[in-house]
Design a protein around this ligand. Sequence first.
Ligand code: 13P
Length: 249
Amino acid sequence: MKKIIAANWKMSGSKDFIKKYFNYFEKNIKNTSRNNIIIFPSYPHLAEVNSYKKINKSFELGAQHCHHNNEVAQTSCVSAAMLNDIGCNFVLVGHSEWRSLNNEDNLSKILESVINNNMTPIFCIGENYSQKENSKTQSVIDNQLQNILDNKILFENCKIIIAYEPVWAIGTGTIPDINIIEFIHSYIKSKLAQKLSSAQEKDIIVLYGGSVSTKNIKEIFSAKSVDGVLIGGASLNVEEFTKICNEKL
Ligand code: 13P
């Protein structure tokens, strides 16, 4: 199976940055069929990035969040229907940076809306530092996965990608021990496979996120339950990101 290499640009980027980024990326990306590449710019840059996607087709486009309802008048929000309309195929749901500022009650509805609008959600889960220190990682993950299991539409549709992103590993340069990554990914797969009506373990895609770089990418992919990575900081450096995309993983 091809690996997923996803770039979460968070609140970074500009028109000039995008021009230079794709100028380099398109010249240097080697075998575009080797890994599946997804780029998540911020909302104002989706259309600009999509114009490069249309020309070269070397990556897919994703958004970092959406509202759960297409029909309401909601100043400042963006619906799943709008994202699909402008060419997105993926949406990040429940990133820890989003969770830290927002009410998490609607996550299950957001996942549902993304699926209903013909895109694939990448559902971000993971424990914070104190939860890790108190051996709460599995119970935190159990609670977060409940958003999928409690929703009938999600329960019957396994087209959700999970991103395991320990909050304490994001932006810190530190990653969990590789055996822990392997264990947690396997735990997520077996838990969802047991509970979901339609999915088998092999259908459940789990990405790792948190301080991924050229330095640790080989080690991360040495864990066989890692199906891809969600990269923040290192994805803003186009040379580093292209190098990761060109890796034979
Ligand atoms: P960093 O790669 O900068 O740690 O960010 C990870 C992340 O939050 C991806 O969604």
